[in-house]
Design a protein around this ligand. Structure first.
Ligand SMILES: [Zn+2]
Length: 271
Protein backbone atom coordinates (compact mmCIF):
# COMPACT_ATOMS: atom_id res chain seq x y z
CA UNK A 1 0.00 0.00 0.00
CA UNK A 2 1.45 3.41 -0.88
CA UNK A 3 2.27 5.31 2.31
CA UNK A 4 2.88 9.03 2.79
CA UNK A 5 6.48 8.96 1.48
CA UNK A 6 5.40 7.17 -1.70
CA UNK A 7 2.61 9.70 -2.26
CA UNK A 8 4.99 12.62 -1.67
CA UNK A 9 7.47 11.11 -4.13
CA UNK A 10 4.60 10.68 -6.60
CA UNK A 11 3.78 14.38 -6.18
CA UNK A 12 7.41 15.31 -6.85
CA UNK A 13 7.53 12.91 -9.80
CA UNK A 14 4.44 14.18 -11.63
CA UNK A 15 4.46 17.92 -10.74
CA UNK A 16 7.10 19.16 -13.21
CA UNK A 17 5.28 17.44 -16.09
CA UNK A 18 1.79 18.80 -15.46
CA UNK A 19 2.05 22.17 -13.70
CA UNK A 20 0.94 25.01 -16.04
CA UNK A 21 -0.21 22.45 -18.62
CA UNK A 22 -3.76 22.67 -19.93
CA UNK A 23 -6.13 19.70 -19.85
CA UNK A 24 -7.58 18.77 -23.25
CA UNK A 25 -9.62 15.71 -22.33
CA UNK A 26 -10.82 13.69 -19.34
CA UNK A 27 -11.26 9.96 -19.91
CA UNK A 28 -13.09 7.81 -17.37
CA UNK A 29 -12.82 4.17 -18.42
CA UNK A 30 -14.17 2.78 -15.17
CA UNK A 31 -15.77 5.15 -12.68
CA UNK A 32 -16.27 2.49 -10.02
CA UNK A 33 -13.38 3.26 -7.73
CA UNK A 34 -13.79 3.56 -3.95
CA UNK A 35 -16.41 6.20 -4.75
CA UNK A 36 -17.81 6.81 -8.24
CA UNK A 37 -15.77 9.33 -10.22
CA UNK A 38 -18.05 12.40 -10.47
CA UNK A 39 -18.84 13.95 -13.86
CA UNK A 40 -17.68 17.32 -12.50
CA UNK A 41 -14.04 16.33 -13.05
CA UNK A 42 -14.63 17.17 -16.72
CA UNK A 43 -14.96 20.84 -15.74
CA UNK A 44 -11.14 21.10 -15.85
CA UNK A 45 -11.05 20.74 -19.63
CA UNK A 46 -9.29 23.80 -21.07
CA UNK A 47 -7.78 24.79 -17.73
CA UNK A 48 -4.14 24.60 -16.62
CA UNK A 49 -2.96 22.81 -13.45
CA UNK A 50 -2.01 25.61 -11.05
CA UNK A 51 -0.22 23.40 -8.55
CA UNK A 52 0.02 19.91 -7.08
CA UNK A 53 -0.31 19.67 -3.30
CA UNK A 54 -0.47 16.76 -0.91
CA UNK A 55 -2.49 16.42 2.28
CA UNK A 56 -2.00 13.12 4.13
CA UNK A 57 -2.14 10.59 1.29
CA UNK A 58 -4.34 12.72 -0.97
CA UNK A 59 -2.88 14.39 -4.04
CA UNK A 60 -4.58 17.68 -4.80
CA UNK A 61 -4.40 19.04 -8.35
CA UNK A 62 -5.31 22.71 -8.15
CA UNK A 63 -7.37 24.37 -10.88
CA UNK A 64 -8.93 27.84 -10.98
CA UNK A 65 -12.43 26.35 -10.47
CA UNK A 66 -11.68 23.67 -7.87
CA UNK A 67 -9.44 20.79 -6.88
CA UNK A 68 -9.09 17.33 -8.36
CA UNK A 69 -8.38 14.91 -5.52
CA UNK A 70 -6.53 11.68 -6.24
CA UNK A 71 -5.92 8.79 -3.85
CA UNK A 72 -3.92 5.68 -4.66
CA UNK A 73 -5.86 3.38 -2.34
CA UNK A 74 -4.23 -0.03 -1.83
CA UNK A 75 -2.67 -0.58 -5.22
CA UNK A 76 -2.87 2.58 -7.33
CA UNK A 77 -0.11 4.11 -9.44
CA UNK A 78 -0.03 7.36 -11.35
CA UNK A 79 2.30 8.20 -14.17
CA UNK A 80 2.62 10.94 -16.75
CA UNK A 81 3.28 9.31 -20.09
CA UNK A 82 2.87 9.91 -23.82
CA UNK A 83 -0.76 10.19 -24.88
CA UNK A 84 -0.49 7.33 -27.37
CA UNK A 85 0.81 4.82 -24.78
CA UNK A 86 -1.41 1.71 -25.13
CA UNK A 87 -4.04 1.23 -22.46
CA UNK A 88 -3.23 -1.49 -19.93
CA UNK A 89 -5.60 -3.47 -17.75
CA UNK A 90 -6.79 -1.40 -14.75
CA UNK A 91 -6.02 1.97 -16.43
CA UNK A 92 -9.22 3.57 -15.13
CA UNK A 93 -8.67 7.29 -15.50
CA UNK A 94 -6.78 9.67 -17.81
CA UNK A 95 -6.20 13.38 -17.64
CA UNK A 96 -5.00 14.25 -21.14
CA UNK A 97 -2.94 17.42 -21.60
CA UNK A 98 -2.56 19.68 -24.60
CA UNK A 99 1.21 19.09 -24.68
CA UNK A 100 0.66 15.45 -25.63
CA UNK A 101 1.11 13.78 -22.26
CA UNK A 102 -1.44 12.01 -20.14
CA UNK A 103 -1.70 11.53 -16.39
CA UNK A 104 -2.92 7.94 -16.09
CA UNK A 105 -4.28 6.22 -12.98
CA UNK A 106 -3.92 2.45 -12.81
CA UNK A 107 -5.54 0.71 -9.86
CA UNK A 108 -6.10 -3.08 -9.89
CA UNK A 109 -7.97 -3.22 -6.58
CA UNK A 110 -9.98 -0.01 -7.16
CA UNK A 111 -9.72 1.31 -3.58
CA UNK A 112 -8.30 4.53 -4.99
CA UNK A 113 -10.30 7.67 -5.64
CA UNK A 114 -10.77 10.51 -8.11
CA UNK A 115 -12.97 13.24 -6.64
CA UNK A 116 -13.80 16.87 -7.32
CA UNK A 117 -13.74 19.52 -4.59
CA UNK A 118 -14.89 23.12 -4.82
CA UNK A 119 -13.21 25.44 -2.28
CA UNK A 120 -11.71 22.37 -0.60
CA UNK A 121 -15.19 21.52 0.71
CA UNK A 122 -15.46 17.77 0.69
CA UNK A 123 -18.80 16.27 1.55
CA UNK A 124 -17.08 13.05 2.57
CA UNK A 125 -15.04 14.89 5.22
CA UNK A 126 -11.82 13.38 3.87
CA UNK A 127 -9.69 16.46 4.49
CA UNK A 128 -11.51 18.42 7.18
CA UNK A 129 -10.82 16.14 10.15
CA UNK A 130 -7.17 15.38 9.56
CA UNK A 131 -4.47 15.94 12.17
CA UNK A 132 -1.22 17.79 11.36
CA UNK A 133 1.27 16.71 8.71
CA UNK A 134 4.15 14.79 10.34
CA UNK A 135 6.77 16.94 8.62
CA UNK A 136 5.13 20.24 9.59
CA UNK A 137 6.04 22.53 12.48
CA UNK A 138 2.66 21.86 14.06
CA UNK A 139 3.85 18.31 14.72
CA UNK A 140 6.78 19.03 17.00
CA UNK A 141 7.92 19.11 20.64
CA UNK A 142 5.12 18.72 23.16
CA UNK A 143 2.39 17.97 20.63
CA UNK A 144 2.13 14.17 21.02
CA UNK A 145 2.45 14.29 24.80
CA UNK A 146 -0.34 16.83 25.10
CA UNK A 147 -2.54 14.98 22.62
CA UNK A 148 -2.02 11.65 24.43
CA UNK A 149 -2.95 12.94 27.88
CA UNK A 150 -5.18 10.41 29.67
CA UNK A 151 -5.45 8.28 26.55
CA UNK A 152 -5.46 4.57 27.31
CA UNK A 153 -5.19 3.33 23.71
CA UNK A 154 -1.95 1.58 22.75
CA UNK A 155 0.65 4.05 21.49
CA UNK A 156 0.80 2.33 18.10
CA UNK A 157 -2.96 2.64 17.53
CA UNK A 158 -2.72 6.26 18.70
CA UNK A 159 0.07 7.08 16.20
CA UNK A 160 -1.83 5.52 13.33
CA UNK A 161 -4.94 7.60 14.04
CA UNK A 162 -5.25 10.26 11.30
CA UNK A 163 -6.88 12.67 13.74
CA UNK A 164 -3.68 12.64 15.84
CA UNK A 165 -1.16 12.91 13.00
CA UNK A 166 -1.52 11.89 9.35
CA UNK A 167 0.62 9.55 7.35
CA UNK A 168 2.10 7.28 10.01
CA UNK A 169 1.11 3.96 8.45
CA UNK A 170 1.71 0.51 9.87
CA UNK A 171 5.28 0.09 8.61
CA UNK A 172 6.40 3.51 9.85
CA UNK A 173 4.65 3.09 13.22
CA UNK A 174 6.50 -0.20 13.78
CA UNK A 175 9.86 1.24 12.78
CA UNK A 176 9.50 4.50 14.72
CA UNK A 177 8.45 2.74 17.94
CA UNK A 178 11.44 0.41 17.69
CA UNK A 179 13.83 3.32 17.20
CA UNK A 180 12.23 5.20 20.10
CA UNK A 181 12.45 2.12 22.35
CA UNK A 182 8.72 2.15 23.10
CA UNK A 183 6.58 -1.02 23.11
CA UNK A 184 3.66 -0.79 20.66
CA UNK A 185 1.34 -1.90 23.49
CA UNK A 186 2.31 0.93 25.89
CA UNK A 187 -0.67 3.10 26.81
CA UNK A 188 -0.37 6.40 24.91
CA UNK A 189 -1.07 8.45 28.06
CA UNK A 190 1.71 6.67 29.98
CA UNK A 191 4.59 7.62 27.66
CA UNK A 192 6.49 10.52 29.23
CA UNK A 193 7.13 13.81 27.46
CA UNK A 194 10.82 13.17 26.80
CA UNK A 195 10.10 9.90 25.03
CA UNK A 196 7.16 11.41 23.12
CA UNK A 197 9.44 14.19 21.82
CA UNK A 198 12.04 11.64 20.84
CA UNK A 199 9.34 9.63 19.03
CA UNK A 200 8.22 12.80 17.21
CA UNK A 201 11.74 13.43 15.94
CA UNK A 202 12.15 9.82 14.89
CA UNK A 203 8.88 9.85 12.93
CA UNK A 204 10.08 12.94 11.05
CA UNK A 205 13.44 11.32 10.35
CA UNK A 206 12.01 7.96 9.24
CA UNK A 207 9.53 9.60 6.85
CA UNK A 208 12.07 12.11 5.47
CA UNK A 209 14.60 9.33 4.86
CA UNK A 210 11.98 7.32 2.97
CA UNK A 211 11.09 10.33 0.80
CA UNK A 212 14.76 10.97 0.10
CA UNK A 213 15.34 7.33 -0.78
CA UNK A 214 12.29 7.41 -3.06
CA UNK A 215 13.84 10.31 -4.96
CA UNK A 216 15.81 7.74 -6.94
CA UNK A 217 12.52 6.49 -8.44
CA UNK A 218 11.39 9.85 -9.84
CA UNK A 219 12.06 8.89 -13.44
CA UNK A 220 9.69 5.90 -13.08
CA UNK A 221 6.73 8.28 -13.11
CA UNK A 222 7.30 9.00 -16.77
CA UNK A 223 7.84 5.39 -17.85
CA UNK A 224 5.06 3.15 -19.04
CA UNK A 225 6.29 0.08 -17.20
CA UNK A 226 7.47 -0.61 -13.67
CA UNK A 227 5.83 0.33 -10.41
CA UNK A 228 6.50 4.02 -9.79
CA UNK A 229 6.51 5.16 -6.22
CA UNK A 230 6.86 1.77 -4.60
CA UNK A 231 10.34 1.59 -3.18
CA UNK A 232 12.16 -1.04 -1.18
CA UNK A 233 12.98 0.10 2.33
CA UNK A 234 15.56 -1.03 4.81
CA UNK A 235 13.38 -2.09 7.71
CA UNK A 236 14.54 -2.98 11.22
CA UNK A 237 11.45 -4.70 12.59
CA UNK A 238 8.55 -4.68 10.13
CA UNK A 239 8.36 -8.04 8.34
CA UNK A 240 11.17 -9.46 10.52
CA UNK A 241 9.17 -11.33 13.20
CA UNK A 242 11.12 -14.35 14.49
CA UNK A 243 14.46 -12.92 13.31
CA UNK A 244 17.01 -11.36 15.66
CA UNK A 245 16.95 -7.74 16.75
CA UNK A 246 19.70 -5.86 14.89
CA UNK A 247 20.66 -4.12 18.15
CA UNK A 248 20.63 -6.91 20.78
CA UNK A 249 20.00 -10.18 18.87
CA UNK A 250 16.85 -10.96 20.91
CA UNK A 251 14.19 -12.73 18.84
CA UNK A 252 11.66 -10.18 17.50
CA UNK A 253 8.04 -10.86 18.48
CA UNK A 254 4.83 -10.24 16.58
CA UNK A 255 1.33 -9.44 17.83
CA UNK A 256 -1.84 -8.17 16.14
CA UNK A 257 -3.14 -4.71 17.06
CA UNK A 258 -6.29 -3.35 15.40
CA UNK A 259 -5.87 -6.23 12.97
CA UNK A 260 -2.41 -5.03 11.88
CA UNK A 261 0.94 -6.68 12.49
CA UNK A 262 3.11 -5.19 15.25
CA UNK A 263 6.69 -6.45 15.42
CA UNK A 264 8.91 -5.43 18.31
CA UNK A 265 11.99 -6.30 20.37
CA UNK A 266 10.93 -7.27 23.90
CA UNK A 267 14.37 -6.24 25.14
CA UNK A 268 14.97 -2.88 23.39
CA UNK A 269 11.38 -1.59 23.70
CA UNK A 270 9.68 -0.73 26.97
CA UNK A 271 6.28 0.34 28.28
ZN1 LIG B 1 16.66 -5.55 20.75
Amino acid sequence: MPELPEVEVCRLGISPHIIAQKVSEVIIRNSRLRWPIPDEVSSVIGLPVLGVDRRAKYLLLRFSNGTLLLHLGMSGTIRVIEKDTPIAKHDHFDLVFQHGKVLRLNDPRRFGAVLWLVNDQDELGLLSKLGPEPLSDEFSKGYLFKKAKNRKVPIKTFLMNNHVVVGVGNIYANEALFKAGILPTAKAGDVDERRMDSLTNIIKKVLSAAIEQGGTTLKDFTQADGRPGYFAQSLMVYGRAGQSCITCQTRLQEIRQSNRSSVFCPNCQQE
